[in-house]
Design a protein around this ligand. Structure first.
Ligand code: GTP
Ligand code: ZN
Length: 387
């Protein structure tokens, strides 16, 4: 029997105290979010999406994990979403509504005609970009991944891994700090347990963290060290079924000691513009060849005489949709670069502000010290001043 669908109960959740899964990041701020987005039915309760399965959604509620049907309408849930839990029209417990996201990592397939974005994870507070010291930094990749991180609405953080490989570390650390353009950098060695506390100091209680980085960067090892147990299969790749990697994770949101939540979804792990350059070459390499056939080396491929692109469009050998995709991707990359420049400028200003502030503090401390010294010399007080 469906007791909720026709509920005429005038009391709504807004007046009730809300209880959500605290270990999955349900804080006072999230309670506010639920209050601001009143539930479709009065007895609905807050939950958070821990994993998506084919037909069901694994959701954390205050009373534990539940495997529930998808909502019938509205946003399609993503891992990390805050949702109202209630009952569907069939009267079964179900996810009834997905709340608005404050951040989302999405993969936009710029080069495809249908450029529908795929949400890989939502409500992420901190995107940790993992950079291992055991390989050279690839040109621009860190910067571009940081831009993508800012773009998601989260705050980026750079995490250097494998710092115990000291013979390699120095060069990479210096280079990373330069490229990180003011974003904070934490150096860790999961194997030695170094830097983990410092990393956790950057992750406030209740915050949701993801690790992004290339394969073999040490993400699983770091995750296991942070979680204090084996939740990730490290190093091993299961071969055979051609479906890529499989891990033993059963949940994609993992509560950490201290109240932070780690998001580890397969899609998010490999995310980033780590392969944007390669992808571009792969997708549009033939266009580069075409460009060499334009009459002018600096051809803008618009109305110039002898433009090979316009000719190819005219004779049908270049699909106009493909050309449009190329232009779109170019624009997006340019926009990312501009955003990065803006982010770098902001970070630079912040850094200066901090320097000025601390110089100021230093000056005040020096004045206080001189004052105390003078008092001591004058024999008044005698003891060290408190505060
Ligand atoms: N020396 C050293 N090696 C490490 C450290 N952390 C990880 N490794 C090694 O680096 C390799 C890759 O580590 P993983 O944690 O599996 O890397 P990953 O980023 O999870 O890789 P994917 O699962 O492919 O995404 C393994 O052989 C680890 O033993 C570290 O702190 N020091
Ligand atoms: Zn041209």
């Amino acid at each position: 029997m469906n007791t909720y669908a026709s509920s005429s109960n005038p009391s709504t959740n807004t007046s009730q105290e809300l209880h959500g899964p605290v270990e999955y990041g349900f804080t006072g701020r999230i309670a506010e979010l639920f209050r601001a987005n009143a539930a479709p039915d009065a007895r609905a309760t807050p939950g958070r999406v821990v994993r998506l399965d084919r037909n069901r959604v694994l959701v954390a509620s205050r009373d534990g994990l539940l495997h529930l049907p998808y909502p019938a309408r509205g946003l399609v849930p993503a891992t990390g979403d805050w949702v109202w839990l209630g009952h569907n029209n069939a009267g079964e417990p179900a996810v009834v509504e997905v709340l608005p996201r404050h951040s989302a990592l999405s993969r936009k397939r710029a080069f495809e005609a249908s450029s529908e974005e795929q949400i890989l994870g939502s409500n992420i507070d901190i995107v940790a970009v993992v950079v291992p010291v055991d390989r050279p930094l690839t040109h621009n990749r860190l910067e571009r991944t940081l831009v993508a991180a800012w773009d998601s609405g989260a705050t980026p953080l750079v995490v250097i891994t494998k710092a115990d490989l000291a013979h390699l570390a120095d060069d990479v650390v210096g280079e990373v700090i330069l490229q990180a353009a003011g974003v904070e950098v934490v150096t860790t060695s999961a194997e030695q347990g170094d830097g983990l506390d410092e990393l956790m100091r950057h992750i406030p209680g209740g915050a949701t963290l993801v690790l992004l980085g290339p394969s073999g960067a040490g993400k699983s090892t770091l995750i296991n060290a942070l979680a204090g147990r084996e939740i990730q299969q490290t190093g091993a790749v299961r071969a055979g079924d051609g479906k890529g990697k499989h891990t033993t994770t059963s949940r994609e949101l993992v509560p950490l000691a201290g109240g932070a939540v780690l998001m580890d979804t397969p899609g998010v792990r490999g995310f980033g513009l780590f392969d944007a350059d390669d992808g571009m070459d792969e997708m549009f390499g033939d266009l580069d060849e075409l460009f060499t056939q334009c009459r002018f080396a600096d051809c803008a491929h618009q109305a110039e005489p002898g433009c090979a692109v316009q000719e190819a469009l005219a004779d049908g050998s270049l699909d106009p949709r493909r050309w449009a995709s190329y232009l779109k991707l170019q624009r997006e990359l340019a926009a990312l670069t501009r955003k990065h420049d803006a982010a770098a400028r902001r970070a630079y200003q912040r850094e200066w502000h901090q320097k000025v502030m601390s110089a100021d503090r230093g000056q005040r401390a020096a004045e206080r010290y001189r004052h105390d010294q003078a008092q001591e010399r004058a024999g008044r007080g005698g003891k060290r001043r408190k505060r």
